[in-house]
Design a protein around this ligand. Structure first.
Ligand SMILES: Nc1nc2c(c(=O)[nH]1)N[C@H]1C(S)=C(S)[C@@H](COP(=O)(O)O)O[C@H]1N2
Ligand SMILES: [Mo]
Length: 239
């Protein structure tokens, strides 16, 4: 097949969208984080010393990275400019040094302020392009895109890129740590884009066909959620 330069960056089964929408599980569209300015992430699980990543965050070395973003429903956005701290740097300087997970606690569970959650193997998170990001395009993360802190794992589908982080757990492998706020067939234990690990149980292309018709309504639902949130914010301020 003759591919144009435009298409080359697209992984299997993905299509480009120009706009980066607020997106996710439709039934979470009306949920919003309660703290969008201050980074306060509990580091816990099967560890020696649970700890809050608060002031420590500012002591970590920062990087900027341009990467593409791939949602499991088949839309992809190109060239997002994130900045934050590399996960491997955070792991070495904070987790391994201070939190000290059990040697077999190699499953990392990310939990958002909106109740969203998903897990990834530590091995996948130590890749050089995985970030804890607090900025996008030179600005602090907007509430749409994960304020105050989110995971950015470009080789993994969007649903692994948990927003509004409130808690990170280092766990021994167990089925219950893989639960998500939805049916488990929607979450592959690894979720690698290049391998079309879109979900568990069914082949990748089946998910693509199921999900593609739902993109429009999901974008709409999240827009409604955002508008509702903004109205409430304004009303709060007036009070
Ligand atoms: N906290 C939280 N993180 C989340 C979600 C969510 O609903 N809540 N949705 C996931 C999904 S399915 C996708 S595609 C991306 C969307 O990121 P965006 O809203 O910045 O486009 O966030 C992921 N992380
Ligand atoms: Mo997604």
């Amino acid at each position: 097949m003759n591919q144009t330069a435009e298409q080359e960056w697209l992984p299997p089964g993905q299509r480009e969208t120009k706009e980066f929408h607020r997106f996710g599980l439709t039934w979470l569209a009306a949920r919003y984080p309660y703290e969008t300015k201050r980074i306060a992430v509990e580091l816990a699980g099967d560890v020696a010393a649970a700890l809050e990543l608060g002031a420590l965050w500012d002591s970590l070395p920062r990087v900027e990275q341009i990467s593409n973003f791939h949602c499991v429903t088949s839309w992809s956005v190109r060239d997002l400019r994130w900045s934050g701290v590399r996960f491997n740097e955070f792991y070495e300087k904070v987790v391994a040094d201070k939190v000290r997970p059990e040697p077999d606690a190699t499953l990392v569970v990310f939990i958002g302020q909106d109740g969203y959650r998903n897990a990834l193997p530590l091995e996948d998170l130590l890749a050089a392009d995985v970030l804890l990001a607090d900025r996008l395009d030179g600005e602090p993360l907007s509430v749409e895109h994960g304020a105050p802190l989110r995971l950015v794992a470009p080789a993994h589908y969007g649903y692994k890129n948990v927003k509004h982080l409130s808690r990170i757990e280092f766990r021994r492998e167990a089925k219950r740590h893989h639960r998500i706020p939805g049916p488990i067939f929607m979450s592959h234990p690894r979720g690698r884009v290049a391998l079309q690990e879109r979900g568990r149980g069914l082949p990748g292309w089946v998910y693509r066909l199921l999900y593609r018709p739902l993109i429009g309504i999901t974008v709409w639902a999240f827009r409604q959620g955002t508008a509702y949130h903004r109205r409430n914010e304004k009303a709060e301020k007036r009070r």
